[in-house]
Design a binder for this molecule. Structure first.
Ligand code: URA
Ligand code: SF4
Length: 219
């Protein structure tokens, strides 16, 4: 009989101590799924202007999909092109970056080679589930008042695969054991848009949804 493959999970690698520096160090040793093999490093969540507190209280936790090429190299979330657009949307929505914890559903960059480029590859539900213990540890540590899910991957990982972002974005979703969740488009949708009109529409949608988030979280 072929032995059953062990369930992929980050759980054995997550320390019981819930402070951001301890978690951020421990995640570099995570082998909870195969994605660590081809990535430069794990990219843990962070608050842009670190308050120095190891257990900071922020109002909003933003969850993206996974680190991209730049994030993988720099070891920080949302520092590439999508991150620049996220900064712009936050500014327009008058949300202070220092009150926002930014992270991803999956912490290692998944990619495939295309010539010299490393092209983003969508993580599977199995990989998202394997990485979930890190997200849970972040939620326990940061205790945000509100979660903003950026894009379908983050939204569906929290709210289930039948969640439709085009219909439900900007509306508060309640789930047992989690803070309220608002989903919006991923800023990379703006990067992929074919026309200026679409780019404008997507940016306006994100800003509107973030304004709603700010209202609920009290910034
Ligand atoms: N896209 C994401 O979802 N997360 C990042 O950190 C960067 C790009
Ligand atoms: Fe661990 Fe998540 Fe990286 Fe997989 S993606 S190795 S579960 S940190």
């Amino acid at each position: 009989m072929v032995p059953k493959k062990k369930k992929e999970s980050a759980a054995p690698f997550v320390p019981s101590e819930r402070t951001l520096p301890v978690l951020a160090e421990a995640i570099q040793k995570c082998e909870g799924c195969d994605l660590y093999r081809e990535a430069t490093q794990a990219v843990f969540g962070e608050i842009e202007s670190r308050s120095g507190s190891t257990k900071p209280r922020v109002s909003i936790m933003m969850i993206g999909e996974q680190p991209g090429d730049q994030e993988d190299k720099q070891g920080r979330p949302f520092v590439g092109p999508a991150g620049k657009l996220l900064d712009k949307a936050l500014e327009e929505a008058e949300i202070q970056r220092s009150k926002v914890y930014v992270t991803n559903a999956v912490k290692h960059f998944k990619w495939e080679p295309r010539g010299k480029l490393r092209l983003h590859k969508k993580p599977t539900m199995k990989e998202i589930n394997a990485c979930r213990p890190w997200l849970d540890a972040e939620l326990e540590t940061v205790k945000p008042k509100l979660i903003v899910a950026l894009g379908a991957t983050a939204a569906q990982s929290l709210l289930g695969s039948s969640f439709r972002i085009t219909q439900e974005h900007g509306k508060v979703q309640q789930l047992l054991g989690l803070p309220p969740i608002i989903a919006t488009l991923h800023p990379s949708a703006i990067l992929r848009a074919q026309t200026d009109e679409d780019r404008d529409t997507y940016m306006r949608t994100i800003v509107e949804d973030l304004r709603e988030a700010a209202k609920i979280a009290g910034k």
